[in-house]
Design a protein around this ligand. Structure first.
Ligand SMILES: [Fe+2]
Length: 301
């Protein structure tokens, strides 16, 4: 068996608004569109993924929050309706997805062997979070590949951002070991936005783009500082400023997704592909991808 590998890692924000705006059959509410800059960026990334051979998508989400250790999906199939708790008016999504339980168990064991507290999620009635569903839908709307979701252990809140970074890096390294041993080709997904201050009232028409803008200028400046490091391939520096970035922008980076992905990818020193940046209810959302094979890497934006 040949050695498995990570073929792409994506920062994939999950505002349910982008799924709402797409009007897929799975989602009940109907929209008139909206947030095109982000959606067109996702379309571009989805087209690229169709040219890359991969077996499974592994998602780290901040909306499956676990306080005792890191949990992994461990049931072959989940089928239910996902309703966004904050936006039930725009996201009521009927999902039916497959899980690569073998690789999920292998990652769980590798993380446990590395000293992390882990658990497999075996409840067939478990409701998969909307972060996983939104990112996966936008990256692979055909849902023709199995996925694995990894929970976000709340280390930032229970301990500190520094403890979160240390544990997320260790989790990433363990996942990489399991992936290499599996012989599989894997896409990693860090499902979250960047700056996360958001409006507390919704316009009468959610997709009214005349109402959409970044929450304030400092959030924009912070997001651009981080994206500039992505572009320069300075991920060590990006992780170093993560505690301050997270505190200043209330960012979803607190969950550990990006740190986990960088740990798994060996802290890339090559430029990220940038697919788009746009505000959703005031939050900053960047779609970016890191591609280890230089012949598959390109300048997108
Ligand atoms: Fe979120």
């Amino acid at each position: 068996m040949s050695k498995g590998e990570i073929v792409l890692g994506a920062l994939a924000p999950h505002p349910p608004h982008v799924v709402y705006a797409e009007n897929p059959d799975q989602n009940e509410p109907v929209s008139e569109g909206g947030w095109e800059t982000l959606r067109w960026g996702y379309h571009r990334l989805a087209r690229k993924l169709e040219t890359i051979d991969y077996d499974v998508m592994v998602v780290f989400t901040p909306h499956w929050q676990t306080y005792v250790g890191t949990h992994f999906l461990g049931v072959p199939r989940f089928s239910s309706k996902s309703v966004d708790p904050v936006f039930p008016n725009i996201f009521r999504y009927n999902y039916d997805l497959e899980v690569d339980v073998d690789l999920s168990e292998a990652m769980c064991k590798a993380a446990s062997d590395a000293g992390l507290i882990t658990r497999m999620m075996r409840n067939p009635d478990f409701r998969v979070d909307y972060g996983t569903i939104t990112s996966c839908h936008m990256m692979n709307p055909r849902w023709d590949k199995p996925i694995i979701t990894i929970s976000s252990n709340r280390n930032t809140h229970y301990y500190s951002p520094e403890v979160m970074i240390e544990q997320a890096l260790a989790l990433g390294k363990a996942c990489r070991t399991a992936i290499e041993d599996s012989g599989k080709r894997v896409v990693l997904v860090s499902s979250h936005s960047l700056s996360h201050r958001h409006f507390v009232t919704e316009s009468p028409l959610p997709e009214d783009m005349s109402k959409e803008h970044i929450y304030n200028h400092s959030q924009y400046v912070w997001d651009m500082a981080l994206i500039d490091l992505f572009r320069q391939g300075k991920m060590r520096e990006a992780i170093d400023i993560m505690p301050e970035f997270t505190e200043q922008t209330i960012a979803e980076t607190e969950g550990g997704g990006l740190v986990w992905m960088m740990g798994a990818m060996g802290m890339p020193e090559y430029p990220a592909e940038i697919y788009g940046y746009q505000s959703v209810i005031g939050t900053g959302n960047c779609i970016a991808a890191w591609v280890p094979h230089s012949d598959k890497r390109e300048i997108v934006l």
